[in-house]
Design a protein around this ligand. Sequence first.
Ligand code: FAD
Length: 285
Amino acid sequence: KQLFDESRAASRPTLSFEIFPPKGDLDHRTAREVAGGLAPLGPDFISVTYSAGGGGNKHSTNDVAEIIQSDFDTVCVAHLTCAGATASSIAASIEDLRAHNIENVLALRGDIPAGVEPAEFRFAKDLIPTLADAGFCVGAAAYPEGHIDCIDPKVNIEHLKEKVDAGASFLVTQLFFDNDYFYRFRERCTSARIYAPITCGIMPFLSKQQIQRMVFMCGASLPSPIIKLLARYEDDPASLRAAGIEYACKQLVDLEEHGADGLHVYTMNHPDIARACTEAIRCAG
Ligand code: FAD
């Protein structure tokens, strides 16, 4: 099944959700609960993150993706990182993806493990052709405000173009809180002849700690309306959470109105977030 069917994308953006495999070894029950909350919302796909860092969920990405596909009849995208990988470990990952009937993969570099000098797979662009040649539908990450290690916006676009030229057929963005950054980025992509569909990753802020962590991790700009909300609800976590979800809903509706190819909600495994976002998009549309 095509993730981005051109005729459908022309009439409405795709809607998708990101989840991470529940921590702990193969916690299938929690995965089923999360999937059971998301699948009835009718997403075009659900993506499942990958942790190479020994976080306890390395192997469960594909397990969770398979559960979602088989038990909830929902298309999945499994994430896969390559920093520190070798040709034989990637070959084993490909076998595992196939064994789990996964057809769509988001190819990422991931974090470079301390003390490791990447050799065979330095960048995501080195992983993409291996997966595409193996028959997967391959996506890649895109950074509307530039990757945290990449200062020059022009170079950011050049690196993205390399990933598309290497075989990435769809792009999922890093979170951003100001849609204007995305609109300018989309123009730069078009100028650079990057035509792969770009789905916009939106993460609602739920707490001050979470937003601080995200901003320092990925370098996203905090617009003043968010800073004002953080100040207003400093001592009222429930209202701050509600304000964060409402802000994300407004971003998503604005992106749909501006013709985004896809809307991707970082659900953080909270089905209520996905539900609120889906309702806002459907009500507006
Ligand atoms: P790349 O595209 O390889 O880029 C990494 C850096 O190298 C960038 O600064 C880039 O500008 C630079 N670069 C690229 N090509 C070249 C070149 N030819 N020469 C010099 N420099 C170059 N991480 C996880 O661990 N698990 C996940 O499941 C996960 N999911 C994600 C999903 C999305 C949608 C996004 C946006 C990120 C995700 N990440 C995940 C985080 C990601 O692994 C990090 O952002 C990582 O630092 C970069 O990954 P990448 O695939 O974009 O790398």
